[in-house]
Design a protein around this ligand. Sequence first.
Ligand SMILES: Cc1cc2nc3c(=O)[nH]c(=O)nc-3n(C[C@H](O)[C@H](O)[C@H](O)COP(=O)(O)OP(=O)(O)OC[C@H]3O[C@@H](n4cnc5c(N)ncnc54)[C@H](O)[C@@H]3O)c2cc1C
Length: 499
Amino acid sequence: MTRQYDAIVVGAGFGGMGAAIELNRLGLRDLLILEREDDLGGTWHVNRYPGLAVDIPSSTYSYSFEPNPHWSRLFAAGDELKRYAEHVADKYDLRKYMRFGTVVTGASWQDDRWEVVTDNETFTARYLVTATGFLSMPKTPDIAGIESFQGKVVHTAAWEPTDLTGKRVAVIGTGATAVQLIPELAREASALTVFQRTPIWVSPKPDYPIPQVLRTLFARLPLVQRAVRWLGSSILELMMISGVVHYKQLRVANRLAERWCRAHLHRQVRDPELRRKLTPDYSFGCKRPTFSNDYFRTFTKPHVRLDTSTIARIDASGVVTADGRTEIDVLVLATGFNLWDTNFPAFEVIGRDGRDLGAWWRKNRFQAYEGVTVPGFPNYLSLNSPYSYSGLSYFTTIECQMTHMRRLFTAMHARGAAVFEVTQRANDQFLHRMRTKVTQNSVFSLGQCATAHSYYFNQHGEATLLRPTSTISAHRAAGRFPLEDYDFSPALAATGAAA
Ligand SMILES: Cc1cc2nc3c(=O)[nH]c(=O)nc-3n(C[C@H](O)[C@H](O)[C@H](O)COP(=O)(O)OP(=O)(O)OC[C@H]3O[C@@H](n4cnc5c(N)ncnc54)[C@H](O)[C@@H]3O)c2cc1C
């Protein structure tokens, strides 16, 4: 007989752990967290490339209820994030729920419970939470001949320690990951060629070590760290809201952000032709901008070359473009992640009446009420949903979702119910509101985004990843959404209907 849990959470990153903490607080103790990797931490366990760090201040990139006074820098490195994830798992006693090396291949709603199928077992649970991440399925470029390359090929999401001293290295991609990695590679490689399709807006990074005295102060007076968090979040909010979400009303803020990045480039690169190549031709915010103090400068080193011509093919020993051939020893794929084809959802999810989530999203538009629930999918919380990513810190998103869960489960318990499902009407209204905001106000519709090649846009060209509202409004909605937006019912077993 398959074992029945209160809830199954898929993914042991910060999303899955936040959900488990909230479910515990709501009194659900029999949990199972399924994770395909061999340890917890999600993004911060999988990614290990040189230079990995957060690209927003660490005081903001953490749970507000679990501040970390020990960050060594304003923008902490990846290994500190991994340690923070371990600390959270230990403090909230989550490891006992986790099962590693387990790939979930499908889930289906059967009468009044979820049946979750993994690569070697089947489980059932009353509630299903998917926290499978947006940036968790590495994308490999479809370039002719790539399999014939005789040197080493490494994707940034599957980094292996490699001695690059004296090696000729090529990097494909110039997104936020590449911005962190390229200066590090340039320190070791004898020759570095960067193949760029789309330049990126890069701002100076106000990154400093946090002195021990300040860390002690944060530990003794958490209010001080709270103030720093508030400041960091407010600056991010201002960037996101004024420059991106309210582009129509505050276009000037967007222009100022562009100018700030251009001035940064100008200070680091004197060659006008190189500057032109590194300057995006799309509006600020169409694609996730990033921070770096040494990315642009790296391209001025004699052994580093920026190549913007289209890659025609890769052969046994090099990369061939319309402009010529580059001999290399190591090929680094900084080509990011596939979101819309493989991660929405990350595996087959079948709801009530056989509704297939992936097929339904593709046929009826990507949508999820408040970025978390979907009509036709009872007792299901999809944390990595369309319109869920709020602001620039993922912790804003997960904490809004935890608040949403609290209100939803509390209302369900107060009614003596065990099954929730968002109504079609509430979902439609939410979708209409989000689409209106995106199309009438945001940079995604009113700016120049055609050449951005941004993962914010789905395969139909719609910007359905980010929630186009302020984070204040997202927090308010999570704590006050109308309870009539959900149908609540007892479990079938309780009504005798399953007999
Ligand atoms: C290099 C990098 C840097 C980033 N920097 C920032 C930053 O500075 N600020 C920011 O806000 N965000 C950043 N992000 C985004 C980051 O992904 C989120 O901040 C956050 O870590 C997401 O947490 P999550 O739990 O939702 O997803 P993840 O951390 O991706 O965890 C999802 C987990 O689900 C597991 N999983 C997926 N499918 C299955 C399956 N079928 N079966 C079992 N397990 C499965 C995965 O193995 C993974 O462990 C960054 C992302 C990357 C890749």
